[in-house]
Design a protein around this ligand. Structure first.
Ligand code: DQA
Length: 173
């Protein structure tokens, strides 16, 4: 089991952090990179019309057992340094795992890739769109190298599948 066993939290939204109300065994951080603060509004033909705020309800309705054991914090920033700072805090806090959509940093950020490598927290990389069906530069990920795996192309459901894969990994690792 992860390191967060027994903690409790209330659902709240403040700034770019959303914390869900759970009793949990795992503490998981969902990280969104640049231009992912308006999921559901940004370029809906490519990224879909469902928002990140729907994730708690989707989990609650379909995967309540996951919610019972997993505390999920959400973080979004447009800044590379802020994302790295948040990941370093996750390392300090000894959280169980990460689901990350690095946005365009996926394809460009050696700094983010280095961070994901050294903090050594199990993570799943997710993308709303099927990056392999898009322009060539989007077909390569610097940040996926140390990931457990990548989920891409399912809109907001990529996050749900990513969370399921991560929690399954934590259950059976
Ligand atoms: C994205 C894909 C990236 O190529 C793009 O820069 C994004 C979103 C996705 O979720 O499909 O910002 O990460």
């Amino acid at each position: 089991m992860g390191q967060a066993r027994g903690k409790k939290n209330r659902f709240r939204t403040s700034g770019d952090e959303i914390v869900m109300n759970n009793t949990f065994s795992y503490e998981v951080l969902v990280v969104n990179g640049p231009n992912l603060g308006y999921i559901g509004k940004r370029d809906i033909n490519t990224y879909g019309s469902r928002s990140i705020e729907e994730i708690p309800d989707i989990l609650n309705e379909n995967y309540p057992s996951m919610l019972q054991k997993t505390k999920i914090d959400f973080f979004q920033s447009n800044g590379e340094g802020r994302i790295i700072d948040r990941l370093e805090k996750a390392w300090q806090d000894k959280i169980s795992g990460i689901v990350i959509n690095p946005g365009a940093y996926t394809h460009t950020s050696l700094a983010l890739a280095d961070c994901l490598s050294w903090i050594n927290i199990p993570y799943v990389e997710v993308h709303l769109s099927n990056v392999w069906s898009r322009d060539k530069i989007r077909q390569h990920s610097l940040t996926a190298k140390r990931s457990l795996g990548v989920v891409a192309g399912f809109g907001i459901m990529s996050y749900i599948y990513g969370l399921m894969a991560l929690v399954d990994h934590l259950d059976y690792q």
